[in-house]
Ligand binder design. Structure first.
Ligand code: GSH
Length: 256
């Protein structure tokens, strides 16, 4: 958690787990130097589907946060909404954002929506078909793997033209933060970034930032890069462990 000495006051509780969507919120909080309390959610035990948590996120997914606004407790769910909330409420000197209404603000919004509607869902499905499906369905593996690769190419070609190496302008923004955890997990989705040199450079440059380094390990160690050195057999053994709860969780959802 960041030091409160120079940070604006807040009453933030972050409900999160070690996933690409979860670490977006903690990286933004660390980049902003905001104090916050972390409440780790054990998603393999379906804590995110318990009634108390559904009061915070009716969708039963992490991340979500609570805070106090005008004396009332508020909730914010969906990682993109959390990033916008933190930027608009707490980033007054525009460390990870641009002033509302500027061309850069709309470019950040465009990339954020691109991540939320494209990269996250497509790579999530690539993970699903590659790692969690009980059978290997080639069509699904190829469809989502190829779509993830296409989206990486979009980023790579955009970053090739970026003078400062960020998605938008001269600074790291919530657009970069939203994409970073997904690109860091490329091996799990079965996608190599060897063909995307600008994307790889961006990934490493952001990794070197103290805010990313601290935020990525919330609420537990970020292990995405461990996968890069594993064989397909080793990755498959890891996937087997997670497949059980993913399948059970899907079956429970289907019964509701
Ligand atoms: N669009 C949502 C997606 C959230 C999401 O799918 N979270 C996953 C972890 S990355 C989760 O909570 N999974 C638990 C489950 O499926 O029950 C966001 O960006 O916040």
């Amino acid at each position: 958690m960041a030091s409160a000495s120079t940070a604006p006051s807040s009453n933030i509780v972050l409900y999160t787990a070690q996933t690409p969507n979860g670490i977006k919120a903690s990286i933004a909080l660390e980049e902003l130097g905001l104090p916050y309390e972390t409440h780790g959610i054990e998603i393999s035990e379906n804590v995110q589907k318990q009634p108390w948590f559904l009061e915070i996120n009716p969708n039963g997914r992490i991340p979500a946060l609570t805070d106090t606004l005008d004396g009332r407790k508020i909730r914010v769910f969906e990682s993109g909404a959390i990033l916008q909330y933190l930027a608009e409420r707490y980033d007054k000197d525009h460390r990870i954002s641009y002033p509302a209404g500027t061309p850069e603000y709309w470019e950040v919004t465009s990339w954020l929506m691109w991540q939320m509607g494209g990269l996250g869902p497509m790579q999530g499905q690539a993970n699903h078909f590659k790692r969690y499906a009980p059978e290997k369905i080639t069509y699904g593996i190829n469809r989502y793997g190829n779509e993830t690769r296409r989206l990486y190419r979009v980023m790579d070609e955009h970053l090739a033209k970026s003078p400062h190496g960020y998605l938008v302008g001269d600074r790291v923004t919530i657009a970069d933060i939203s994409c970073w955890g997904w690109v860091a997990s490329h091996t799990w989705a079965g996608v190599s970034i060897n063909d995307f040199p600008h994307l790889e450079k961006w990934l490493k440059a952001l990794l070197a930032r103290p805010g990313f380094e601290k935020g990525r390990h919330v609420p537990s160690r970020h292990g995405a890069f461990d996968n890069d050195g594993l064989t397909e057999e080793e990755l498959e053994r890891k996937a087997e462990k997670a497949r059980g709860w993913v399948q059970k969780s899907m079956a429970d959802d289907a019964k509701r």
